[in-house]
Write a protein that binds this ligand. Structure first.
Ligand SMILES: [Zn+2]
Length: 79
């Protein structure tokens, strides 16, 4: 749910860092509202499982690009 402290540690080491998130529901923070139905664990898992292939495809498409080693970002430069 967070990307801290990983992102800070990666920055300190000059490493590229990319967070990938799967949004499973939108009810967080809206507890107690009658117009927003709370989701169940099984509903969250169902959406998560539905999106796992998308994340795998993203990673499989990204790795060959990373292996090219053409780093054009500023991650290795400390501010
Ligand atoms: Zn980078």
């Amino acid at each position: 749910m967070t990307q801290y402290p990983e992102v800070t540690l990666a920055r300190e080491k000059g490493m590229c860092y990319l967070g990938i998130g799967i949004i499973t529901d939108y009810d967080s923070g809206f507890e107690g509202r009658d117009d927003i139905k709370p989701v169940t664990n099984s509903e969250v898992l169902k959406i998560f499982e539905k999106n796992v292939k998308t994340v795998k495809d993203l990673i499989h498409a990204s790795v060959p690009e990373l292996e090219k080693g053409q780093k054009t970002c500023g991650c290795g430069k400390l501010a």
